[in-house]
Unconditional design. Structure first.
Lengths: 82, 432
């Protein structure tokens, strides 16, 4: 088991995850969908490999970041409600 | 501030999965400057994806990956190729860097992705790909105690079901759309592929106690804001199963977007190559899944051949032809076994979203006769994934053919597109 944890904030709420966890997973652990579709549906990751863009969210202010391809780093700000 | 770097390669490999690794290792052994550019966090591709727990790599994977590290190979991980501004130059972007990569020889080892087919409810959170959910678990998603229905088609389903159960998930059922007859023929024919027998036996052990339904597929996913249950069809009867996740993928499709951008001829969904894995473009080779879905062993040997050929060692490459031919037989067996049944075309209802980026429902697509017309009229395939999900789906549903690929092959930042001067027209300030 990984022994170290990283804390990121998802929509302002702190989430503690093992080092090496992707942001998409942190969002799932926070119980949030990653994005809202153009007609207002909640969406979460589909492909898990950076192809489908369903996991995109705002990471440290950068919109459309594919969260399944990014690892959590200390104090990251993730917004799925932007 | 984003950094802008340039590097020149004798052999540049795009893709860090088995085919790309094998190509780079063989090329580096023969001398010259070799590089691998790969969009993932670590080498290994999808099939050799490591994880945060230590079990991670098979000995085969570790051995190849350590050969990359021992050889003098430039590895650019987390960089996605998005453009070829001119032959011999690719542009790649990372989180905060841009790369101009010049090459003498190029090996495209861009791998494959899952094929997703739309059915009512498939856009609910926690309906994922089969490999998609496995990737998420490897990236830290807690799965212990969760109920996961695994469905779709292809040998990946079994591997994923075994993996998830090993990590504590409960698998009420695996639904494979292929018939028992086809599956039986598949397992009998595996006897001809010694490497596969061992893998098959291990898998059979791992799968003990997981119910497998053939000629079975999901017809509807239920839930308010997240998946709660799935209705499957099994032996012609429907059955609703409560679950936390539906891991669903219908075999694989080749990633041919970059090869197409570079100018390689694509035939029936695969990059056309000659005996030396050379594409229709001079000095551009292709290896692994983009030339035909065949698994790790075929990818490795194709990669080796491409790496040798790209460094001018054709006669050494030729010695590997018989081995490649054995694994190509396995690829043809896969194609035949896991071909999709026509009934799956009637899965979406009129209001089922087909294009998830632009939320285009099935009813709006049926009005059109081609992918191109649908794109122009409905924006289907025009969102960030650029048709990577709905393209293969509409190809199956409506027999539409994909059209030409235009740069950038992935959404890129404007400043990254501008980074290579000649790639954008100069602004003259005069309207024409």
């Amino acid at each position: 088991m990984p022994s170290e944890f990283t804390v990121v904030r998802v929509n302002g709420v702190s989430v503690s995850v093992p080092v090496g966890t992707t942001i998409a997973v942190a969002i799932a652990i926070a119980g949030q969908p990653c994005r809202t579709s153009v007609t207002g549906e909640p969406r979460g990751p589909l492909c898990g490999m950076g192809i489908c863009f369903e996991c995109r969210a705002v990471v440290n202010g950068i919109p459309h970041s594919r969260t399944c391809q990014l690892l959590c780093e200390p104090d990251m700000e993730v917004r799925t409600d932007a | 501030m984003r950094s802008y770097s340039r590097e020149r390669f004798d052999v540049l490999v795009v893709g860090g999965g088995p085919a790309g690794i094998a190509a780079a290792v063989r090329a580096a052994e023969r001398g010259g400057h070799v590089g691998i550019v790969d969009e993932n966090i670590a080498l290994g591709g999808q099939i050799w994806r490591g994880g945060i727990s230590v079990e991670s790599h098979s000995s085969e994977a570790s051995s190849w990956i350590s050969q990359v590290k021992k050889a003098d190979i430039s590895v650019l991980s987390g960089k996605r190729v998005f453009h070829q501004p001119e032959p011999g130059t690719l542009m790649a972007e990372g989180l905060d860097d841009i790369w101009q990569l010049r090459y003498r020889n190029l090996v495209l080892a861009t791998g494959a992705r899952e094929r997703f087919l739309p059915f009512p409810g498939w856009t609910l959170p926690n309906v994922t790909g089969a490999g998609g959910l496995q990737a998420m678990v490897k990236s830290g998603l807690p799965i212990r105690g969760k109920r996961v229905v695994v469905a779709g088609s292809g040998p990946l389903l079994f591997a994923v079901a075994a993996y998830l159960r090993k990590h504590g998930a409960e698998i009420p059922i695996v639904c494979e759309q292929a018939s028992w007859k086809k599956l039986a023929w598949f397992s009998m024919t595996l006897v001809r592929h010694p490497v596969k027998i061992g893998q098959g036996l291990q898998l059979r052990k791992d799968l003990v106690g997981i119910p497998l339904a053939a000629s079975s597929w999901p017809i509807m996913a239920h839930g308010q804001r997240v998946l709660e249950a799935v209705t499957i069809l099994r032996g012609g009867k429907s059955e609703t199963i409560k679950c936390d996740y539906l891991a669903c993928g219908f075999h694989l499709v080749a990633n041919t977007e970059l090869p197409a951008l570079v100018g390689c001829r694509i035939r029936n969904g695969y990059v056309q190559v000659n005996e030396l894995q050379q594409t229709t473009v001079d000095k551009v080779y292709c290896a692994g899944e983009p030339t035909g879905i065949g698994g790790i062993e075929l990818s490795l040997v194709e990669g080796e051949i491409a790496g040798l050929a790209a460094t001018g060692h054709a006669s050494e490459a030729q010695r590997l032809y018989p081995k490649r031919e054995r694994f190509r037989r396995f690829a043809r067996l896969l194609d035949n076994t896991f071909s999709l049944r026509a009934e799956l075309r009637s899965l979406p209802s009129p209001d089922t979203v087909i294009c998830r980026c632009e939320d285009v429902p099935c009813s709006r697509l049926r009005e059109h006769r081609s992918w191109r017309a649908a794109k122009l009229q409905t924006r289907c395939g025009m969102g960030p994934c650029q048709g990577r999900v709905c393209g293969p789906a509409t190809q199956f549903l409506f027999q539409w053919n994909p059209d030409s690929v235009r740069p950038p092959v992935f959404p890129a930042r404007v400043e990254d597109l501008a980074a290579y001067g000649e790639s954008i027209p100069e602004v003259t300030g005069e309207a024409k």
